[in-house]
Design a protein around this ligand. Structure first.
Ligand code: HEM
Length: 448
Protein backbone atom coordinates (compact mmCIF):
# COMPACT_ATOMS: atom_id res chain seq x y z
CA UNK A 1 0.00 0.00 0.00
CA UNK A 2 1.46 3.43 -0.93
CA UNK A 3 1.64 6.38 1.48
CA UNK A 4 -1.46 8.14 0.16
CA UNK A 5 -3.58 5.00 0.61
CA UNK A 6 -2.16 4.52 4.12
CA UNK A 7 -3.20 8.11 4.81
CA UNK A 8 -6.70 7.41 3.53
CA UNK A 9 -6.98 4.48 5.91
CA UNK A 10 -5.57 6.45 8.84
CA UNK A 11 -7.93 9.40 8.37
CA UNK A 12 -10.95 7.12 7.94
CA UNK A 13 -10.02 5.32 11.17
CA UNK A 14 -9.74 8.69 12.90
CA UNK A 15 -13.02 9.93 11.38
CA UNK A 16 -14.86 6.83 12.59
CA UNK A 17 -13.44 7.24 16.08
CA UNK A 18 -14.49 10.90 16.26
CA UNK A 19 -17.98 10.07 15.00
CA UNK A 20 -18.48 7.64 17.89
CA UNK A 21 -17.64 10.47 20.34
CA UNK A 22 -19.78 12.93 18.35
CA UNK A 23 -22.81 10.65 18.33
CA UNK A 24 -22.46 9.79 22.03
CA UNK A 25 -22.34 13.50 22.80
CA UNK A 26 -25.41 14.15 20.55
CA UNK A 27 -27.26 11.34 22.27
CA UNK A 28 -26.50 12.70 25.73
CA UNK A 29 -27.71 16.18 24.68
CA UNK A 30 -30.90 14.78 23.18
CA UNK A 31 -31.56 12.68 26.29
CA UNK A 32 -31.16 15.66 28.62
CA UNK A 33 -33.84 17.55 26.73
CA UNK A 34 -36.58 14.96 27.16
CA UNK A 35 -37.69 15.88 30.69
CA UNK A 36 -36.78 18.09 33.67
CA UNK A 37 -35.36 15.12 35.58
CA UNK A 38 -33.32 13.98 32.55
CA UNK A 39 -31.95 17.54 32.32
CA UNK A 40 -30.22 16.98 35.66
CA UNK A 41 -28.26 14.03 34.22
CA UNK A 42 -24.51 14.82 34.49
CA UNK A 43 -25.20 18.47 35.37
CA UNK A 44 -23.09 18.23 38.53
CA UNK A 45 -20.06 17.10 36.52
CA UNK A 46 -18.91 20.48 35.29
CA UNK A 47 -16.97 19.21 32.26
CA UNK A 48 -20.03 17.30 31.02
CA UNK A 49 -22.64 20.04 31.43
CA UNK A 50 -24.99 20.72 28.53
CA UNK A 51 -23.27 23.85 27.22
CA UNK A 52 -19.82 22.27 27.04
CA UNK A 53 -21.03 18.98 25.56
CA UNK A 54 -23.00 20.88 22.89
CA UNK A 55 -19.84 22.68 21.74
CA UNK A 56 -17.89 19.43 21.96
CA UNK A 57 -20.57 17.72 19.82
CA UNK A 58 -20.47 20.25 16.99
CA UNK A 59 -16.66 20.56 17.08
CA UNK A 60 -16.09 16.82 16.98
CA UNK A 61 -18.78 16.22 14.31
CA UNK A 62 -17.54 18.93 11.95
CA UNK A 63 -13.79 18.82 12.48
CA UNK A 64 -13.21 15.29 13.80
CA UNK A 65 -15.63 13.24 11.70
CA UNK A 66 -16.33 15.25 8.56
CA UNK A 67 -12.91 16.89 8.18
CA UNK A 68 -10.91 13.68 8.73
CA UNK A 69 -13.22 12.01 6.23
CA UNK A 70 -12.66 14.81 3.71
CA UNK A 71 -8.89 14.55 4.16
CA UNK A 72 -9.13 10.80 3.51
CA UNK A 73 -11.10 11.48 0.33
CA UNK A 74 -8.67 14.20 -0.79
CA UNK A 75 -5.63 11.95 -0.31
CA UNK A 76 -7.39 9.22 -2.27
CA UNK A 77 -8.79 11.27 -5.13
CA UNK A 78 -6.23 14.03 -5.80
CA UNK A 79 -3.31 11.78 -6.92
CA UNK A 80 -5.66 9.64 -9.02
CA UNK A 81 -7.32 12.64 -10.70
CA UNK A 82 -4.02 13.97 -12.00
CA UNK A 83 -2.31 10.59 -12.47
CA UNK A 84 0.59 11.58 -10.17
CA UNK A 85 1.85 10.65 -6.72
CA UNK A 86 0.95 12.71 -3.64
CA UNK A 87 3.02 15.89 -3.22
CA UNK A 88 5.29 15.75 -0.11
CA UNK A 89 3.88 12.47 1.25
CA UNK A 90 6.15 12.64 4.32
CA UNK A 91 4.62 15.96 5.30
CA UNK A 92 1.11 14.52 5.04
CA UNK A 93 2.24 11.47 7.01
CA UNK A 94 3.57 13.61 9.90
CA UNK A 95 0.56 15.88 9.63
CA UNK A 96 -1.89 13.06 10.31
CA UNK A 97 -1.07 13.22 14.01
CA UNK A 98 -0.81 17.03 14.12
CA UNK A 99 -4.43 17.12 13.00
CA UNK A 100 -5.50 14.63 15.71
CA UNK A 101 -3.47 16.53 18.32
CA UNK A 102 -5.35 19.74 17.40
CA UNK A 103 -8.66 17.92 17.77
CA UNK A 104 -7.74 16.31 21.10
CA UNK A 105 -6.43 19.58 22.57
CA UNK A 106 -9.40 21.53 21.17
CA UNK A 107 -12.13 19.18 22.37
CA UNK A 108 -10.50 18.58 25.78
CA UNK A 109 -10.19 22.36 26.26
CA UNK A 110 -13.87 22.84 25.43
CA UNK A 111 -14.86 20.21 28.02
CA UNK A 112 -12.48 21.78 30.55
CA UNK A 113 -14.29 25.09 30.13
CA UNK A 114 -11.72 26.97 28.05
CA UNK A 115 -13.92 27.82 25.10
CA UNK A 116 -13.95 31.00 23.01
CA UNK A 117 -17.29 32.57 22.18
CA UNK A 118 -17.23 31.96 18.43
CA UNK A 119 -19.66 29.31 17.27
CA UNK A 120 -17.94 26.36 15.55
CA UNK A 121 -14.56 27.93 16.42
CA UNK A 122 -14.75 27.44 20.18
CA UNK A 123 -11.33 25.86 20.93
CA UNK A 124 -8.81 28.25 22.53
CA UNK A 125 -6.02 29.93 20.57
CA UNK A 126 -3.34 27.26 21.19
CA UNK A 127 -5.60 24.52 19.74
CA UNK A 128 -6.46 26.85 16.82
CA UNK A 129 -2.77 27.32 16.13
CA UNK A 130 -2.14 23.56 15.90
CA UNK A 131 -5.24 23.13 13.73
CA UNK A 132 -4.17 25.96 11.42
CA UNK A 133 -0.72 24.35 10.97
CA UNK A 134 -2.35 20.97 10.21
CA UNK A 135 -4.74 22.57 7.73
CA UNK A 136 -2.01 24.52 5.92
CA UNK A 137 0.14 21.36 5.64
CA UNK A 138 -2.83 19.47 4.16
CA UNK A 139 -3.46 22.38 1.77
CA UNK A 140 0.18 22.25 0.59
CA UNK A 141 0.00 18.49 -0.06
CA UNK A 142 -3.34 18.56 -1.89
CA UNK A 143 -2.74 21.72 -3.94
CA UNK A 144 0.81 20.57 -4.70
CA UNK A 145 -0.61 17.28 -6.02
CA UNK A 146 -3.29 18.97 -8.14
CA UNK A 147 -0.76 21.43 -9.56
CA UNK A 148 1.46 18.61 -10.76
CA UNK A 149 -0.80 18.49 -13.81
CA UNK A 150 -2.01 21.33 -16.03
CA UNK A 151 -5.03 23.05 -14.46
CA UNK A 152 -6.83 23.17 -17.82
CA UNK A 153 -7.25 19.39 -17.55
CA UNK A 154 -8.47 19.38 -13.98
CA UNK A 155 -11.64 17.38 -13.33
CA UNK A 156 -14.40 19.25 -11.47
CA UNK A 157 -13.73 17.37 -8.19
CA UNK A 158 -10.19 18.80 -8.25
CA UNK A 159 -11.55 22.33 -8.55
CA UNK A 160 -13.82 21.73 -5.57
CA UNK A 161 -10.94 20.36 -3.48
CA UNK A 162 -8.76 23.36 -4.31
CA UNK A 163 -11.59 25.77 -3.45
CA UNK A 164 -12.37 24.02 -0.17
CA UNK A 165 -8.80 24.03 1.10
CA UNK A 166 -7.87 27.58 0.01
CA UNK A 167 -11.06 29.28 1.23
CA UNK A 168 -11.20 27.38 4.48
CA UNK A 169 -7.64 28.25 5.43
CA UNK A 170 -8.49 31.94 5.00
CA UNK A 171 -11.87 31.57 6.68
CA UNK A 172 -10.45 29.68 9.67
CA UNK A 173 -7.75 32.28 10.25
CA UNK A 174 -10.32 35.10 9.94
CA UNK A 175 -12.65 33.45 12.49
CA UNK A 176 -9.95 32.69 15.03
CA UNK A 177 -8.21 36.04 14.87
CA UNK A 178 -10.57 38.87 13.82
CA UNK A 179 -13.85 37.39 15.06
CA UNK A 180 -12.49 35.79 18.22
CA UNK A 181 -10.17 38.57 19.37
CA UNK A 182 -10.58 41.83 17.44
CA UNK A 183 -14.03 42.69 16.02
CA UNK A 184 -16.44 43.85 18.74
CA UNK A 185 -20.22 43.40 19.09
CA UNK A 186 -22.48 43.41 16.05
CA UNK A 187 -19.57 43.75 13.60
CA UNK A 188 -18.05 40.61 15.08
CA UNK A 189 -21.43 38.87 14.84
CA UNK A 190 -21.74 39.75 11.14
CA UNK A 191 -18.29 38.28 10.50
CA UNK A 192 -19.13 35.28 12.62
CA UNK A 193 -22.13 34.67 10.33
CA UNK A 194 -19.69 34.69 7.43
CA UNK A 195 -17.48 32.13 9.17
CA UNK A 196 -20.17 29.56 10.04
CA UNK A 197 -21.87 30.02 6.68
CA UNK A 198 -18.62 29.49 4.80
CA UNK A 199 -17.49 26.63 7.00
CA UNK A 200 -20.55 24.84 5.64
CA UNK A 201 -20.61 26.37 2.14
CA UNK A 202 -16.93 26.54 1.32
CA UNK A 203 -15.57 23.58 3.23
CA UNK A 204 -18.26 20.94 3.75
CA UNK A 205 -20.17 21.67 0.49
CA UNK A 206 -17.25 21.63 -1.99
CA UNK A 207 -15.84 18.52 -0.34
CA UNK A 208 -19.26 16.83 -0.63
CA UNK A 209 -19.66 17.92 -4.27
CA UNK A 210 -16.15 16.62 -5.00
CA UNK A 211 -17.10 13.24 -3.52
CA UNK A 212 -20.30 13.01 -5.59
CA UNK A 213 -18.64 14.03 -8.85
CA UNK A 214 -15.78 11.61 -8.21
CA UNK A 215 -17.73 8.57 -7.03
CA UNK A 216 -20.81 8.74 -9.24
CA UNK A 217 -19.09 8.06 -12.61
CA UNK A 218 -17.06 5.24 -11.04
CA UNK A 219 -20.12 3.65 -9.45
CA UNK A 220 -22.35 3.78 -12.54
CA UNK A 221 -19.55 3.20 -15.06
CA UNK A 222 -20.12 6.27 -17.25
CA UNK A 223 -18.98 9.94 -17.24
CA UNK A 224 -21.04 12.66 -15.58
CA UNK A 225 -23.75 14.05 -17.85
CA UNK A 226 -22.39 17.58 -18.20
CA UNK A 227 -18.89 18.62 -17.23
CA UNK A 228 -19.62 22.17 -18.41
CA UNK A 229 -22.62 22.47 -16.08
CA UNK A 230 -20.57 21.12 -13.17
CA UNK A 231 -18.02 23.90 -13.76
CA UNK A 232 -20.77 26.55 -13.97
CA UNK A 233 -22.00 25.23 -10.58
CA UNK A 234 -18.48 25.42 -9.23
CA UNK A 235 -17.85 29.05 -10.23
CA UNK A 236 -21.27 30.26 -9.09
CA UNK A 237 -20.67 28.61 -5.71
CA UNK A 238 -17.28 30.28 -5.41
CA UNK A 239 -18.78 33.66 -6.35
CA UNK A 240 -22.12 33.66 -4.53
CA UNK A 241 -21.61 31.61 -1.41
CA UNK A 242 -19.39 33.98 0.58
CA UNK A 243 -21.91 36.81 0.27
CA UNK A 244 -24.96 35.45 2.11
CA UNK A 245 -23.52 34.73 5.56
CA UNK A 246 -25.49 37.36 7.41
CA UNK A 247 -28.65 35.23 6.97
CA UNK A 248 -27.53 33.59 10.23
CA UNK A 249 -28.24 36.89 11.94
CA UNK A 250 -31.73 37.79 10.76
CA UNK A 251 -33.64 39.84 13.34
CA UNK A 252 -30.45 40.63 15.23
CA UNK A 253 -28.47 43.89 15.74
CA UNK A 254 -26.39 43.47 12.57
CA UNK A 255 -27.13 46.30 10.07
CA UNK A 256 -30.53 45.92 8.39
CA UNK A 257 -29.17 46.37 4.85
CA UNK A 258 -26.82 43.44 5.45
CA UNK A 259 -29.76 41.28 6.48
CA UNK A 260 -31.84 42.40 3.48
CA UNK A 261 -29.22 41.63 0.83
CA UNK A 262 -28.69 38.20 2.38
CA UNK A 263 -32.19 37.18 1.21
CA UNK A 264 -31.66 37.29 -2.60
CA UNK A 265 -28.06 36.13 -2.26
CA UNK A 266 -29.19 33.09 -0.32
CA UNK A 267 -32.03 32.35 -2.73
CA UNK A 268 -29.62 32.51 -5.70
CA UNK A 269 -27.76 29.52 -4.28
CA UNK A 270 -30.58 27.31 -5.47
CA UNK A 271 -29.03 27.48 -9.00
CA UNK A 272 -25.72 26.17 -7.67
CA UNK A 273 -27.48 23.29 -6.01
CA UNK A 274 -29.46 22.30 -9.05
CA UNK A 275 -26.35 22.01 -11.24
CA UNK A 276 -25.24 19.15 -8.96
CA UNK A 277 -28.76 17.72 -8.74
CA UNK A 278 -29.32 17.84 -12.54
CA UNK A 279 -25.98 16.19 -13.20
CA UNK A 280 -26.73 13.50 -10.66
CA UNK A 281 -30.11 12.59 -12.13
CA UNK A 282 -28.93 12.83 -15.74
CA UNK A 283 -25.96 10.55 -14.98
CA UNK A 284 -28.14 8.08 -13.11
CA UNK A 285 -30.56 7.82 -16.06
CA UNK A 286 -31.02 4.16 -16.93
CA UNK A 287 -28.85 3.08 -13.97
CA UNK A 288 -31.30 3.30 -11.08
CA UNK A 289 -31.45 -0.45 -10.58
CA UNK A 290 -27.84 -0.30 -9.34
CA UNK A 291 -28.95 1.23 -6.04
CA UNK A 292 -30.57 -2.04 -5.02
CA UNK A 293 -27.21 -3.82 -4.85
CA UNK A 294 -24.70 -0.99 -4.31
CA UNK A 295 -25.12 0.43 -0.78
CA UNK A 296 -22.52 3.15 -1.41
CA UNK A 297 -24.48 4.39 -4.43
CA UNK A 298 -27.66 4.21 -2.36
CA UNK A 299 -26.13 6.46 0.33
CA UNK A 300 -25.00 8.83 -2.42
CA UNK A 301 -28.54 8.90 -3.84
CA UNK A 302 -30.34 9.39 -0.53
CA UNK A 303 -27.78 12.10 0.25
CA UNK A 304 -28.89 13.84 -2.96
CA UNK A 305 -32.54 13.63 -1.87
CA UNK A 306 -31.58 15.23 1.48
CA UNK A 307 -29.50 17.79 -0.45
CA UNK A 308 -32.54 18.80 -2.51
CA UNK A 309 -34.60 19.10 0.67
CA UNK A 310 -32.07 21.05 2.72
CA UNK A 311 -31.12 23.38 -0.12
CA UNK A 312 -34.73 24.11 -0.97
CA UNK A 313 -35.49 24.66 2.71
CA UNK A 314 -32.55 27.11 3.03
CA UNK A 315 -33.79 29.81 0.60
CA UNK A 316 -37.36 29.26 1.87
CA UNK A 317 -36.51 29.96 5.50
CA UNK A 318 -34.27 32.85 4.45
CA UNK A 319 -37.53 34.76 3.79
CA UNK A 320 -38.26 37.16 6.63
CA UNK A 321 -41.85 35.94 7.00
CA UNK A 322 -40.61 32.37 7.59
CA UNK A 323 -37.72 33.54 9.77
CA UNK A 324 -40.16 35.23 12.15
CA UNK A 325 -41.45 31.79 13.05
CA UNK A 326 -38.44 29.49 12.85
CA UNK A 327 -35.51 31.61 14.04
CA UNK A 328 -33.82 30.19 17.18
CA UNK A 329 -36.08 27.12 17.10
CA UNK A 330 -35.45 23.41 16.56
CA UNK A 331 -36.43 23.86 12.91
CA UNK A 332 -32.86 25.12 12.44
CA UNK A 333 -31.36 22.24 14.44
CA UNK A 334 -33.25 19.78 12.19
CA UNK A 335 -32.07 21.68 9.11
CA UNK A 336 -28.43 21.59 10.33
CA UNK A 337 -28.62 17.81 10.81
CA UNK A 338 -30.31 17.30 7.45
CA UNK A 339 -27.31 19.00 5.83
CA UNK A 340 -24.42 17.74 7.91
CA UNK A 341 -25.73 14.28 8.64
CA UNK A 342 -28.36 13.54 5.94
CA UNK A 343 -26.21 14.86 3.11
CA UNK A 344 -22.51 15.08 3.85
CA UNK A 345 -22.17 12.26 6.38
CA UNK A 346 -24.06 9.96 4.02
CA UNK A 347 -21.76 10.90 1.14
CA UNK A 348 -18.83 10.02 3.41
CA UNK A 349 -20.52 6.70 4.20
CA UNK A 350 -20.71 6.18 0.42
CA UNK A 351 -16.98 6.84 0.18
CA UNK A 352 -16.28 4.34 2.98
CA UNK A 353 -18.38 1.67 1.23
CA UNK A 354 -16.48 2.40 -1.99
CA UNK A 355 -12.94 2.61 -0.69
CA UNK A 356 -12.63 0.43 2.41
CA UNK A 357 -12.92 -2.94 0.62
CA UNK A 358 -10.34 -1.74 -1.93
CA UNK A 359 -7.88 -0.66 0.77
CA UNK A 360 -8.25 -3.63 3.07
CA UNK A 361 -9.34 -6.45 0.77
CA UNK A 362 -12.36 -7.04 3.03
CA UNK A 363 -15.83 -7.74 1.66
CA UNK A 364 -18.67 -6.09 3.52
CA UNK A 365 -21.54 -8.22 4.75
CA UNK A 366 -24.62 -7.39 2.68
CA UNK A 367 -26.92 -7.98 5.63
CA UNK A 368 -25.02 -5.61 7.95
CA UNK A 369 -24.81 -2.98 5.20
CA UNK A 370 -28.56 -3.16 4.57
CA UNK A 371 -29.25 -2.80 8.30
CA UNK A 372 -26.85 0.11 8.54
CA UNK A 373 -28.55 1.85 5.65
CA UNK A 374 -32.15 1.42 6.79
CA UNK A 375 -31.47 2.19 10.46
CA UNK A 376 -29.66 5.35 9.38
CA UNK A 377 -32.27 6.59 6.93
CA UNK A 378 -35.40 5.64 8.88
CA UNK A 379 -33.83 6.55 12.22
CA UNK A 380 -32.88 9.95 10.91
CA UNK A 381 -35.96 11.01 8.93
CA UNK A 382 -38.69 9.58 11.13
CA UNK A 383 -37.17 9.89 14.57
CA UNK A 384 -34.99 13.00 14.21
CA UNK A 385 -35.71 15.25 11.26
CA UNK A 386 -39.51 15.20 11.09
CA UNK A 387 -40.19 15.39 14.88
CA UNK A 388 -37.56 18.11 15.39
CA UNK A 389 -38.95 20.18 12.50
CA UNK A 390 -42.44 19.98 13.99
CA UNK A 391 -41.04 20.87 17.44
CA UNK A 392 -39.41 23.94 15.84
CA UNK A 393 -42.74 25.10 14.39
CA UNK A 394 -44.51 24.56 17.72
CA UNK A 395 -41.84 26.60 19.52
CA UNK A 396 -41.95 29.42 16.96
CA UNK A 397 -45.75 29.78 17.02
CA UNK A 398 -45.81 29.53 20.80
CA UNK A 399 -43.30 32.42 21.09
CA UNK A 400 -45.16 34.48 18.48
CA UNK A 401 -48.35 34.12 20.47
CA UNK A 402 -46.51 35.47 23.50
CA UNK A 403 -47.12 32.37 25.62
CA UNK A 404 -44.84 31.72 28.61
CA UNK A 405 -41.51 30.15 27.56
CA UNK A 406 -42.24 26.99 29.53
CA UNK A 407 -45.18 26.28 27.20
CA UNK A 408 -42.82 25.99 24.24
CA UNK A 409 -40.86 23.34 26.14
CA UNK A 410 -43.98 21.43 27.10
CA UNK A 411 -45.20 21.25 23.48
CA UNK A 412 -41.73 20.17 22.32
CA UNK A 413 -41.42 17.25 24.69
CA UNK A 414 -43.35 14.64 22.61
CA UNK A 415 -41.03 15.41 19.67
CA UNK A 416 -37.81 15.38 21.69
CA UNK A 417 -38.38 11.83 22.93
CA UNK A 418 -38.13 10.26 19.42
CA UNK A 419 -35.09 12.46 18.79
CA UNK A 420 -33.33 10.87 21.77
CA UNK A 421 -34.32 7.41 20.50
CA UNK A 422 -32.86 8.35 17.10
CA UNK A 423 -29.50 8.83 18.83
CA UNK A 424 -29.53 5.16 19.85
CA UNK A 425 -30.74 3.97 16.42
CA UNK A 426 -28.11 5.99 14.53
CA UNK A 427 -25.37 4.77 16.84
CA UNK A 428 -26.43 1.14 16.42
CA UNK A 429 -26.51 1.66 12.63
CA UNK A 430 -23.01 3.11 12.70
CA UNK A 431 -21.80 0.24 14.92
CA UNK A 432 -22.85 -2.14 12.12
CA UNK A 433 -20.66 -0.25 9.67
CA UNK A 434 -17.81 -0.49 12.19
CA UNK A 435 -18.32 -4.26 12.41
CA UNK A 436 -18.12 -4.39 8.62
CA UNK A 437 -14.91 -2.35 8.70
CA UNK A 438 -13.12 -3.99 11.63
CA UNK A 439 -15.03 -7.08 12.77
CA UNK A 440 -14.34 -10.66 11.78
CA UNK A 441 -15.24 -11.42 8.15
CA UNK A 442 -18.47 -13.39 8.26
CA UNK A 443 -18.89 -16.50 6.06
CA UNK A 444 -21.65 -14.58 4.27
CA UNK A 445 -19.23 -11.73 3.54
CA UNK A 446 -16.58 -14.12 2.27
CA UNK A 447 -19.03 -15.70 -0.14
CA UNK A 448 -20.21 -12.42 -1.68
C1 HEM B 1 -26.51 10.39 17.25
C2 HEM B 1 -26.84 11.32 16.42
C3 HEM B 1 -27.05 12.75 16.85
C4 HEM B 1 -27.89 13.26 17.80
C5 HEM B 1 -28.85 12.50 18.68
C6 HEM B 1 -27.69 14.69 17.81
C7 HEM B 1 -28.35 15.56 18.66
C8 HEM B 1 -28.11 16.91 18.75
C9 HEM B 1 -28.69 17.81 19.74
C10 HEM B 1 -29.68 17.38 20.81
C11 HEM B 1 -28.22 19.05 19.50
C12 HEM B 1 -28.49 20.32 20.34
C13 HEM B 1 -29.81 20.91 20.01
C14 HEM B 1 -30.12 22.09 20.90
O1 HEM B 1 -29.22 22.76 21.43
O2 HEM B 1 -31.32 22.35 21.09
C15 HEM B 1 -27.35 18.98 18.35
C16 HEM B 1 -26.73 20.07 17.73
C17 HEM B 1 -25.99 19.97 16.56
N1 HEM B 1 -25.56 18.80 15.95
FE1 HEM B 1 -26.14 16.90 16.42
N2 HEM B 1 -26.78 15.02 16.86
C18 HEM B 1 -26.35 13.86 16.24
C19 HEM B 1 -25.42 13.74 15.23
C20 HEM B 1 -24.82 14.80 14.58
C21 HEM B 1 -23.93 14.70 13.46
C22 HEM B 1 -23.46 13.38 12.84
C23 HEM B 1 -23.61 15.97 13.08
C24 HEM B 1 -22.73 16.46 11.98
C25 HEM B 1 -22.10 15.70 11.12
C26 HEM B 1 -24.29 16.89 13.99
C27 HEM B 1 -24.24 18.27 13.93
C28 HEM B 1 -24.85 19.13 14.82
C29 HEM B 1 -24.83 20.57 14.69
C30 HEM B 1 -24.15 21.38 13.58
C31 HEM B 1 -25.57 21.10 15.77
C32 HEM B 1 -25.86 22.57 16.07
C33 HEM B 1 -27.21 22.87 15.43
C34 HEM B 1 -27.62 24.33 15.57
O3 HEM B 1 -27.02 25.07 16.32
O4 HEM B 1 -28.57 24.71 14.88
N3 HEM B 1 -25.02 16.15 14.89
N4 HEM B 1 -27.29 17.66 17.94
Amino acid sequence: MNTSDKLVKFHLNAAACWLVFGMLAGLSLAYRLISPSAAEFLETVSWLNFGRVRMFHTHVAIFGWLSNGFLAFSYYASPRMVGQTLFLPQLAWTNRWIMQLALIVGSASILAGHAEGVEYAEPPWFADLIFAVAFVFALVCILGTLLKDRLSNLYVSGWYLALGFVFTTLNFVMANTIVAHIAPGAAGAALEGLWIHNAVGLWVTPMGAAIVYYLLPLMVGKPIASHKLSLIGFWTLALLYPLGGSHHYFYSPVPWWLQVIAVPLTSALIFVVYTVVYNFFATMKGQWSLITSNIGLRFLTFGIFSYIMTCTQGPFHALFSVQRVVHFTDWIVAHAHLALFGVFSWWLYAFIYFVWPKLTGRTFSRKLSEWHFWLTVIGFFFLYYIPDTIAGLMQGFSWLRGLPFIDSLTVSQPFWIPRAISGVVLLVGFALLLINMYGPSTPEAKNE
